[in-house]
Design a protein around this ligand. Sequence first.
Ligand code: GLU
Length: 426
Amino acid sequence: MAEPKVTAAELCEVTSHFEEVRNRIDSICQKMHVDEGITAKLKHCKRELIVNFPVKMDNGAVNIFTGYRVEHNTDRGPGKGGIRYHPDVNLDETKALAAWMTLKCAVVNVPFGGAKGAVACNPKTLSRSELERLTRRYASEISIIIGPESDIPAPDVGTNPQIMAWIMDTYSMNKGYSVLGVVTGKPLEIGGSRGRFEATGRGCAICAQLAARHLGISLDKATVAVQGFGNVGGTTAAALAEYGSRIIAVSDSSGGVYQAKGLDIKSLLRHKKETGSVRDFKDGDNITNAELLGMKCDILVPAALEGTLCTPNAASIKAKMIVEGANGPTTAEADKILHEKGIFVVPDILANAGGVVVSYFEWVQGTQCFFWREEEVNERLREIMDNAFHEVLEVSQHEKVTMRDAAYMKAIERVARAIQIRGIFP
Ligand code: GLU
């Protein structure tokens, strides 16, 4: 099959992700007759911190890195949200991601607000000790706003449990005692939760199962294409394969792989670990990312970065349903196209909320110093996802709106109510 190359259909241009979130918040607030002051509050981030900090590299040079930590809203509880290490991050993207966290926590009704952090860097090119020094310095720089009761980071694209451990240790060293609750997604040995690593993917698979049931698609016969094969895409693919679905295509940043009979996800995960990409897998054909998006399948899971489903490719999508593993994968324009095509979309703030749900469990377990069995974690995760999915579905049917608008309505109703009850200080 064709060699992967970036085609016009893959180029998505989004000038401002935060502007897209603001516009949607604005239109949903108008639809719901939310008070103007509350609407204005939701359209702004509470705190935006930019830090430029030096890191000593292995060769002795000192490089300056730029990082961000944004708290969008804390009316329902501490700010909550991951930290992203990626070369292309910026303040606008971090603000959008923080706002999505506010809405996500509200949709699944966990008592957190929304926040996000990022450092512009390429973690793949840093040595382990450079990564540790960068992380510890960034953690120190943002320690003026993070804390177990104010703002709680977690992993996101480019970060992992080890990075969370360094953040927890740096924060704790400055406090003089161990603070388990300052980050989630930690390794088990230092207060992490069982099931946290897989939680986002498990939550996505649960949403796919619920949506399939709703649409009358039997999951054990369904075909699936997954864009992105990191933590979220990899776990979702593995979970759906366990449910009996056929994962016919998977892609990552270097291209994709296709197998009509269904890919063996366990050996594809091994192949990715060994070679760094899904391409050239022995039991599949190489395809491009655009080919994956346009593939005839039942379920499409975009689990890479934001803005990957956009006007140039939305019209080519043939999936019956989309389960958004990534944050903000669909642009506003593409969303309209998908709706016109009758594709059922489980929106990001619901579909990928499993991660923050188990982050909440981790925070609760750490606070109580009492840790749960994995089955207990998974059972509670399923209960929350099931409730949230059906609450959103009910709004969608009652108000005759898309699942995305319904999720925003449910979330905004909860946050607006919290703002209203608390009142405006002073
Ligand atoms: N980064 C994940 C997300 O976007 C998890 C956030 C968290 O657990 O706080 O939902």
